[in-house]
Design a protein around this ligand. Structure first.
Ligand SMILES: Nc1nc2c(ncn2[C@@H]2O[C@H](COP(=O)(O)OP(=O)(O)OP(=O)(O)O)[C@@H](O)[C@H]2O)c(=O)[nH]1
Ligand SMILES: [Mg+2]
Length: 355
């Protein structure tokens, strides 16, 4: 029997089962089984994808991908944002491979990938496109202003099907397996211990220390056992706002979205800014022992420490580190002496002393 029919059979069984306290555990086991089958199916399918102009090396400080139906204006946006030419056409599937461009913004180099349009996971090059999407640090879901609802939902569903979770944190669950001994569960959630044990058992975990955070639900528990899932930030980009009359109602309906037109440069500036904000980059300047301050900042993620500055400069800096002096928002007074774990802020200046 193939994956799909096995999954169907289990779903049937769930439908037939009376839902009450007594059957709760049984149902969660069936759900865990389904999740396991889906996972195996996805792993097999992902193996098939890749190659053929789709494997582009990562460059720059972060990777953004443009995902959407054919002809929504992805290539037009790539060109408008990065200056990189990507064929633009009024017909569907103009783009047939991955086209990379670089957006330079506030000192950050952001790689943007233009992808072929997708209409379904299993049609055309859907799988290959989606396996590139999995490698992104940020996904731009590009939809047309006159078809937002339909396209947005379809895209989210497609991404979900291939194990991409949008704008969600990894569930707050930690499992450290042991070779022997009983299961030790520290459960702060509302899930019953019976259900947790059942699901873990079903996944071959019989001896482990397990922590379940307060906000974890059943889906999170299942997801946490699936190492093929990826958690990626996304922005809804509504393109072609020049073709519709009522922009305000779109704004009200999708307050998180960025409304753009490939032909209106002010809207593209807003998009650049939103992309930059999503990454929560900070700019850190370095000061040499002579006292010169670097002209180009290091681009680091928010929460970065002195340690990350060392790593970005040279491996030896971490090993031979003595102390650092910092000027800027993260310190109480200019030139304060700090250690490797000091957390930096945007626009800080750092001078590192090594042995
Ligand atoms: N009115 C309007 N048309 C646009 C806008 N952006 C792109 N277009 C047009 O939409 C058509 C498709 O643009 P592309 O950039 O090729 O779209 P795509 O999403 O890359 O399409 P595929 O590569 O086929 O998936 C072209 O005729 C563009 O000129 C926009 O903001 N407004
Ligand atoms: Mg295109």
């Amino acid at each position: 029997m193939d994956f799909d029919s096995k999954i169907k059979q289990l779903e049937e069984e769930i439908r037939r089962t009376q839902k009450n306290k007594a059957t709760e555990k049984h149902i969660s086991l069936l759900l865990a089984k389904i999740a396991k089958l889906r996972r195996e199916k996805l792993k097999m399918e992902l193996k098939k994808g890749g190659g053929g102009g789709f494997d582009i090396p990562k460059t720059g400080d972060a990777r953004v991908v443009l995902v959407g139906f054919p002809s929504v204006g992805k290539s037009s946006l790539l060109t408008a944002l990065t200056g990189k030419e990507s064929k633009i056409g009024y017909y569907a599937f103009t783009t047939v491979s991955v086209i990379p461009g670089i957006l330079e913004y506030k000192g950050a180099q952001i790689q943007i990938l233009d992808l072929p349009g997708i209409i379904d996971v299993n049609r055309g090059r859907g799988r290959e496109v989606l396996s590139v999407v999995r490698t992104a640090d940020l996904i731009l879901l590009v939809v047309e202003a006159n078809a937002v609802e339909k396209q947005y939902q379809a895209l989210v569903n497609m991404l979900h099907q291939v194990g991409i979770r949008l704008n969600r944190e990894k569930p707050d669950i930690r499992i450290s397996k042991r070779d022997s001994g009983p299961m030790k569960i520290f459960n702060r959630s509302n899930l019953s211990e019976d259900v947790i044990l059942g699901v873990l058992n079903e996944n071959g975990i019989r001896s482990a220390d397990v922590y379940i955070g307060p906000n974890v639900d059943f889906q999170d528990l299942i997801d946490s056992l699936d190492d093929s899932l990826v958690y990626i930030k996304s922005i809804l980009v509504i393109n072609k706002i020049d073709i519709i009359e009522d922009i305000n109602s779109l704004k009200n309906k999708y307050p998180e979205a960025v409304l753009v037109s490939s032909f209106m440069s002010d809207t593209l500036e807003q998009l650049k800014n939103k992309i930059y904000e999503k990454f929560e980059f900070i700019r850190v300047y370095t000061k040499s022992w002579k006292g010169d301050i670097s002209t180009e900042p290091l681009i680091l993620k928010r929460g970065a420490r002195i340690l990350d500055v060392c790593k970005a400069i040279h491996r030896d800096f971490e090993e031979n580190f003595k102390y650092a002096l910092v000027w800027g928002k993260s310190v109480k007074y200019p030139g304060q002496k700090v250690g490797l774990n000091h957390v930096l802020e945007d626009m800080d200046i750092v001078q590192i002393y090594v042995e």
